[in-house]
Design a protein around this ligand. Structure first.
Ligand code: GLA
Length: 395
């Protein structure tokens, strides 16, 4: 081999190795970049200390965040959603739920802002019901009736938390053991509520429970929404649609008389999108009893699993909230009892109708109403229920 040939081969070998190294490092870079992409697109879950209750129990806050900027803050006290931030039509993120800034405010006086409700969501007439011939007596914490689980319902206990995560969602699993005869209810009830946020802008809430004695269960979530992102404004300009042809009329103490009524030609007709304030002041006996809307709508397509329940829309911000559930009913409460005395998160107070609740659930007073779907849970059986909240914007 002459000298120039030798030079050529050495040069060729060097060039090939250089290209090879370059190529490998490009590949490596590509892998790293893809990983970063996955990492930034993942739903994150972060934990921090929130406070300590007067009984010395530690309360933690979890923040779930997804790729499109939805942020949900949940504390282990009451499983309360303390903040829920979503972008408006211009991409500005704002908090769309009512609540407080501190644990102290939640423990002082909370009209169930953001909380998990149990063992029985809604009212039980006179705080009494019978199961297999035995009469049970519960606290009467709403006039003569029992409301939302009693004096210390699931909204006022500290839940045990654990996190779960995969590529497209993150979950906060909250568990609580409600002891036999707690608040007057029979049976040790093992409850788990799992909040999952995914990258399709869905907050899924799965409720599970088992008991060792026959009992009644009706769990729900009590967030107050104001889709404008400004709780100093009223919800009366926001729109609502409920997938229900009938609703449940109530007496003066908001207990059903056992009959369903058609929504047709009444202020209760939300079968097509309607401004919440349109009929709220109508001369209607049911509206007078509830001081506005505070009724359970009987959702269409019963016993078909999770199906469409309701849509709320705020024209000013463009925010849309859709709700899907397998529950038979949805309580639409138009924030009638808020009276401007409770402090808001941003220095003001919560005025009447500054938030609305859409609580998916079984019907009020079911344990005393033979024609309503049963809320009885037997040992060996599992209570399971799912509700999804889907957030979007309409431009
Ligand atoms: C529920 C009830 C209302 C009211 C609120 C909390 O939604 O139906 O009557 O008690 O909770 O203030």
């Amino acid at each position: 081999m002459n000298y120039s040939k030798q030079c050529f081969y050495v040069f060729a070998i060097l060039a090939v190795s250089f290209l090879n190294i370059q190529c490998k490092s490009e590949k490596k870079k590509e892998v790293i970049e893809t990983n970063t992409e996955i990492a930034t697109n993942q739903v994150t879950i972060e934990k921090s200390d929130y406070g300590i209750t007067s009984e010395g129990e530690k309360v933690e806050k979890y923040i779930l965040k997804n790729a499109s900027g939805i942020e949900i803050d949940i504390i282990t006290y009451g499983g309360i959603i303390t903040a829920l931030k979503t972008p408006n039509k211009d991409g500005v993120s704002q908090d769309i739920v009512l609540g407080y800034n501190s644990l102290e405010e939640y423990t002082n006086s909370n009209p169930y802002f953001g909380a998990l409700i149990g063992r029985y969501g809604n009212r039980i007439a006179k705080g009494k019901f019978k199961l297999n011939g035995t009469e049970y007596t519960l606290a009467t914490n709403d006039g003569e009736n029992h409301l939302h689980g009693g004096l210390k319902g699931f909204d006022k206990v500290v839940w045990k938390a654990s996190e779960e995560k995969n590529d497209t969602s993150a979950s906060l699993k909250l568990s609580y053991l409600s002891k036999d005869m707690e608040e007057g209810y029979p049976g040790n009830l093992d409850v788990t509520v799992t909040y999952t946020l995914d990258n399709d802008n869905k907050l899924n809430v799965v409720y599970e429970a088992t008991t060792d004695k026959t009992t009644v269960v009706n769990l729900t979530q009590h967030s107050y929404f104001n889709l404008s992102g400004d709780s100093s404004t009223s919800i009366l300009d926001q729109e609502l649609k409920i997938n229900a042809d009938t609703y449940i009329p109530v007496n003066e103490t908001l207990i059903p008389n056992g009959k369903l009524a058609t929504v047709k030609n009444t202020p209760f007709d939300f079968t097509t999108m309607k401004v919440i304030g349109k009929d709220i002041e109508a001369d209607n006996d049911q509206l007078k009893k509830g001081l506005g809307f505070d009724h359970c709508w009987v959702l269409n397509e019963q016993n078909t699993g999770v199906r469409y329940a309701a849509t709320a829309y705020d024209p000013s911000s463009g925010r849309v909230l859709e709700i899907y559930t397998d529950e038979p009913g949805i309580q639409f409460y138009s924030g009638n009892f808020l009276d401007g005395t409770l402090p808001s998160k941003n220095g003001g107070t919560y005025a009447q109708r500054s938030g609305f609740c859409l609580e998916t659930q079984h019907y009020p007073d079911s344990p005393n109403q033979k024609d309503f779907p049963s809320t009885v849970l037997e040992p060996g059986k599992k209570y399971e229920s799912t509700t999804s909240f889907i957030f979007s914007v309409k431009k």
